[in-house]
Design a protein around this ligand. Structure first.
Ligand code: ZN
Ligand code: ZN
Length: 365
C-alpha cells in the first residue's frame, strides 16, 4: 500500500505547488446553516433481494450514497463515501448482516466524496479488488482532474486551515444559539476531516473497465457499463438485470447536477443510452432511491437548460443576466423537483450550471 506522499511523488506533483482552493469549489459542500446534528451517517434501504442502498445523511463534508450487493460468497460495495470513518461505519453495518468478506469495491467516478473511504475495505479484506473505468483510474492521479483524486487530497489539506479559521470566526460572531451550535458541529467535522485526510492512504483501482464487463459474483450478475461522458469522462454504471437496479454515481442524482468536471452537451445522450437498460430502480449518487421515470426529468433539465442558455446568448444577454433569466425561466418545471434536500438545491446550483453550459457548450460552438 502506498502512502499519499509516495503516490504524489510518483506522479510528480510537489505538494508545495498545490494552490489553495476556495472551499466553495469543493463539490457538494454543505451550506453552513444546514442541519448536521444527525449522528447517523446513512440509512440502509433494501432495493431488491440482497441489494441495499446506503442513503447518506447530510453532513458538513458530504458523503455519497453507496450500494451494497450481497452474493453467495462475498459482498460488492459501490462507492466508499468521502472519508474512512464513514466507510468504516457502513462496513460495520455490513458485517452485522453477513460474515462474508468484501470482494469488490466499485468506484463510479473519481470525485472525492465517492472514493476516499476505499482504504477501509482494502485494509480489512486482503485480495479485494477496486474496480473503476480506465478514465477514472487516470483521473485519480491526474493533478488537474477536478474535485477528486490523490492530488485533490493535497488541495483540500491546503484549503482546510482557512476554512477552519473562517468557521471559528463565524462562531465568534454568531449570536443565535442554534446557529452557533450548528457552526460548532461543522467545525468539529472539519477538524476531524482534516485529521482523516492527513493520514489517508489512498486505495486506487486494481482493475479497470473499458466499455462493458459482466461480473458473475457468487450467483449474481452485475454488469458494469461505460456509456459515454456525462458527470465526468469516466462514469461507470452498475446494472443488475435480474434485480432491475442501476447505481448511477453522480451522472444521475436526486439533487441538481454538478457540471464543473462534466460534459453537459453529451450528458443527455449518455442518459438516453442508460435508459435502454432494463431497470426499475435507480440508486443515485446523492438523494433517495428513485423510479426509472426520474431519468426523463433529470435528462430534460439538460435539454431545456442548454436550449435556454443558447437562446439567451443569441439574444445578447451577459453571463450574469443569463444566470438570473434562465434560472427564473426553468424554475416552474425544475425548482421543486430539484430542491427536496438541504443540499444541491435548484437555486444553489442553477447559476453555476448556466455558466458551465455557457462555457462548455455555447461558447465552444
Ligand atoms: Zn458526489
Ligand atoms: Zn461527483
Amino acid at each position: 500500500m502506498w502512502t499519499r506522499r509516495q503516490v504524489l511523488a510518483q506522479i510528480g506533483l510537489a505538494a508545495a505547488a498545490v494552490h489553495t482552493l476556495d472551499p466553495h469549489e469543493l463539490c457538494c459542500v454543505m451550506p453552513a446553516h444546514a442541519q448536521t446534528a444527525s449522528r447517523d451517517l446513512f440509512e440502509l434501504k433494501k432495493v431488491g433481494d440482497g441489494v441495499y442502498a446506503a442513503i447518506a445523511e447530510p453532513r458538513y463534508k458530504v458523503n455519497c450514497n453507496a450500494a451494497v450487493i450481497m452474493t453467495n460468497d462475498g459482498v460488492v460495495v459501490v462507492d466508499s463515501h468521502s472519508k474512512p470513518s464513514a466507510a468504516r461505519s457502513l462496513y460495520n453495518e455490513i458485517q452485522s448482516m453477513t460474515k462474508q468478506p468484501i470482494r469488490k469495491i466499485v468506484n463510479t467516478h473519481f470525485h472525492w466524496d465517492h472514493w476516499q473511504g476505499n482504504e477501509v475495505y482494502t485494509n480489512a479484506n486482503p485480495g479485494v479488488e477496486v474496480v473503476a473505468s480506465e478514465r477514472t483510474k487516470e483521473n485519480l492521479t491526474r493533478p488537474d482532474a477536478g474535485v477528486g483524486g490523490v492530488p485533490y487530497i493535497e488541495k483540500q489539506l491546503a484549503a482546510l486551515p482557512g476554512e477552519i479559521a473562517k468557521l471559528k470566526g463565524d462562531i465568534q460572531k454568531e449570536t443565535d444559539p442554534a446557529k452557533k451550535a450548528n457552526l460548532e458541529s461543522n467545525l468539529r467535522q472539519a477538524e476531524e476531516y482534516q485529521k482523516e485526510l492527513q493520514s489517508m492512504k489512498p486505495a486506487l483501482p486494481t482493475r479497470t473497465v473499458a466499455t462493458t464487463t459482466t461480473l458473475h459474483e457468487g450467483g449474481r450478475e452485475i454488469q458494469l457499463h461505460v456509456l459515454g461522458r456525462a458527470h465526468t469522462n469516466g462514469d461507470l454504471f452498475i446494472f443488475m438485470p435480474k434485480e432491475k437496479v442501476v447505481a448511477t454515481g453522480d451522472a444521475l442524482i436526486d439533487w441538481m447536477p454538478f457540471m464543473n468536471d462534466g460534459y453537459p452537451a453529451e450528458w443527455p445522450e449518455t442518459l438516453t443510452t442508460l435508459g435502454k437498460l432494463g431497470f426499475d430502480h435507480i440508486i443515485p449518487g446523492h438523494g433517495e432511491v428513485r423510479p426509472k421515470s426520474h431519468l426523463a426529468f433529470f435528462r430534460g433539465y439538460f435539454v431545456d437548460l442548454i436550449a435556454a442558455v443558447k437562446k439567451a446568448s443569441a439574444d445578447g444577454a451577459t453571463l450574469d443576466e443569463m444566470k438570473t433569466k434562465v434560472g427564473d425561466q426553468l424554475a416552474a418545471k425544475y425548482e421543486a423537483g430539484f430542491s427536496k434536500y438541504p443540499l444541491g438545491r435548484y437555486r444553489d446550483r442553477v447559476g453555476t450550471n448556466v455558466e458551465a453550459v455557457y462555457l462548455k457548450v455555447v461558447k465552444k460552438a
